[in-house]
Design a protein around this ligand. Structure first.
Ligand code: LMR
Length: 394
């Protein structure tokens, strides 16, 4: 029977990972998949993660199932980390998921269960897997303008004009911080306009927050999510621990459904548990336990925050270094946006042909839409990249 299957398109980000591995050049630079690398090119296990794993290894006396929604202590710790005191704990239904992608997938399924013909507004561009999952689920996608190719900043007027066409029963997918793939983000005043728009249209926000702590700091990166959650009657939040805890392969995420209505809350919680049961039964626990251990232990939490801050500052340093080197080589300020962008990514804003030329001629690997993983750079590779960008005439 399986001969009837059709080959599915390869994920562009993951295909690039393989091409990079196969390239023998020692000057090659991997700016593809969103993974942090330190100055030596390694993706280290964070100190607090190692310590938490050690603690778990010593004290864990059973690996019996947790609850269908995962360990409630994980949800408590993550809700506090992301939402602070913006909403009451009692208004947040939550379920652990396999990574942020698991949370995104469950969120889309929950939307589809509630309203099969819901339209999902997504930024153009967005993380390709958003589109892939929505297509797989047969859900209607409405792109909204987001990136200004000239300024490499947010096309805010275009974004608002497009989002004004949403109405109650539609979902607006927003990146809580560190927009993937562009690195261009809204400022606080712009978020306020979006919140007003959400209230006026009645559309339901779904926030994907995968990079908290990578932009302007843990609290600053959660500020928009907190404000939205407090301002609208209901919202969904898909969170990832892959990047800020560096536990990519542990698949650790949380889906939250926020509502002040207590009967809706109970139904949300029951639905999240049901969705977990249908898709994989119990969510993975090891990563969630690491995160809970860190967040609930003052010393581990302090060390994690300090290391995350080192990572964030290293990325900011790479941004300024790259922008400065490009300024020096090009004699112009046209690459200044790289220092303005936040998070792991920056969209260079060039054509697929130039991206291809960078790869073939210089061994620079970035996604075809010219998304660069800034966290994949280091002091040695910044000049290589800057030289290559100028050499191919970007
Ligand atoms: C990325 O965008 O590179 C990351 O979120 C990793 C992934 O799964 O695509």
């Amino acid at each position: 029977m399986f001969e009837t299957l059709k080959a599915q398109p390869a994920d562009k980000i993951l295909a690039l990972m393989q091409m990079y591995r196969d390239d023998p050049r020692d000057t090659k630079v991997d700016l593809g998949v969103g993974v942090y690398k330190d100055a030596t090119g390694l993706t280290p296990v964070m100190r607090a993660v190692k310590a938490a794993e050690h603690q778990i290894w010593e004290t864990q006396d059973s690996k019996v199932y947790t609850g269908l929604a995962g360990d409630p202590a994980f949800a408590d710790a993550m809700i506090a980390l992301i939402l602070g005191d913006a909403v009451s704990r009692g208004s947040v239904a939550a379920a652990a998921t396999p990574g942020g992608t698991g949370a995104v997938r469950q969120a889309f399924e929950m939307i589809q269960m509630a309203k099969p013909d819901a339209r999902v507004f997504v930024s153009d561009p967005t993380w390709p897997n958003h589109l892939s999952i929505l297509k797989y689920l047969g859900m209607e996608v409405v792109p909204y303008r987001y990136f200004n190719d000239e300024t490499r900043g947010v096309d805010f007027d275009g974004m608002i004009a497009d989002l004004k066409t949403a109405h109650a029963g539609d979902v607006i997918l927003l990146h809580g911080c560190c927009h993937n793939p562009t690195g261009a983000n809204l400022n606080a005043a712009e978020w306020d306009v979006v919140i007003k728009l959400l209230q006026d249209t009645g559309a339901t926000p779904m926030i994907d927050i995968a990079y908290q702590g990578f932009g302007d700091g843990l609290d600053a990166d959660a500020a928009a999510t907190r404000k939205i959650a407090a301002a609208v009657p209901e919202c969904l939040i898909a969170a990832s621990c892959s990047k800020n805890f560096g536990i990519y392969r542990e698949r650790t995420g949380l889906l939250m459904a926020v509502t002040a209505d207590s009967s809706a809350h109970a139904l949300n919680q029951q639905t999240l548990a049901f969705l977990n049961r249908q898709n994989y039964s119990f969510p993975p626990d090891h990563g969630a336990r690491i995160v809970t251990t860190i967040l609930n232990d003052a010393a581990l939490r302090g060390d994690w925050m300090a290391e995350l801050e080192e990572v964030r500052n290293a990325m900011l340093g790479l941004r300024t270094d790259l922008a400065a080197e490009l300024q020096r080589l090009s004699g112009s300020d046209r690459f200044g946006f790289i220092a303005q962008h936040r998070g792991m990514f920056s969209r260079l804003g060039t054509t697929p042909d130039k991206v291809e030329e960078l790869r073939v001629k210089h061994g620079i690997y970035m996604v075809g839409d010219s998304r660069m993983n800034i966290a994949g750079l280091n002091a040695r590779t910044v000049p290589i990249l800057a030289h290559a960008i100028i050499d191919v005439g970007i």
